[in-house]
Ligand binder design. Structure first.
Ligand code: PRT
Length: 111
C-alpha cells in the first residue's frame, strides 16, 4: 500500500516537468494551487454525498471511488507544495504510537 503512495508521489513529482496539455496532473500543476484546492473541495463534497447515499442504500462502491478521488487530489496538493505522502504517513504513525494502540493491537492478535 505504501508502495503505491510512493510510486504515485514519484509520478506526481515528475509531472511538474511535463507540458500542461500532456497529462491531467501536469495541467493541475500548471494551473496552480488554487485550482488544485478547488478540486480537493469538489472531491470532498462528492465524498460526503456518496457517504450519505451509501448509508441509505448499503452500496459502498461509490464512496470508495469518491474517496480515492479525494485522496488523489490531496496527494496532488501535497506534491505541489513539495510535501511527500510519507510525511503524512509518519504523522499518522506518530499519533497511532502515541495512543498506545500498537501494544493493544499486538495483545489482541495474541488472544
Ligand atoms: N489516480 C489518478 C486519478 N484519480 C482521478 N483522476 C482524474 O481526476 C479527475 C476527476 O475530476 P472530475 O471527476 O471533476 O473530472 P473532470 O471534470 O475531468 O475534471 P475538471 O475538468 O473539473 O478539472 C478526472 O479527470 C480523473 O481522470 C486521476 N488522474 C490521475 N491519477 C493517477 O495519476 C497518474 C498520472 O496521471 P496523468 O497526469 O493523467 O498522466 C496516473 O497514472 C494515475 O495513477
Amino acid at each position: 500500500m505504501n508502495d503505491i503512495l510512493k510510486q504515485l508521489d514519484e509520478v506526481l513529482e515528475a509531472r511538474k516537468g511535463v507540458p500542461a496539455d500532456q497529462s491531467y496532473v501536469s495541467s493541475l500543476h500548471h494551473k496552480g494551487l488554487n485550482k488544485i484546492l478547488e478540486k480537493v473541495g469538489e472531491e470532498a463534497t462528492e465524498t460526503i454525498i456518496a457517504a450519505k447515499d451509501a448509508k441509505l442504500s448499503g452500496d459502498t462502491a461509490e464512496v470508495v471511488y469518491e474517496t480515492a478521488d479525494l485522496w488523489f487530489h490531496s496527494l496532488v496538493m501535497l506534491s505541489h507544495l513539495g510535501v511527500s505522502s510519507d510525511a503524512v504517513l509518519q504523522e499518522l504513525a506518530r499519533r497511532f504510537n502515541l495512543s498506545g494502540l500498537t501494544e493493544k493491537a499486538q495483545r489482541t492478535q495474541g488472544d
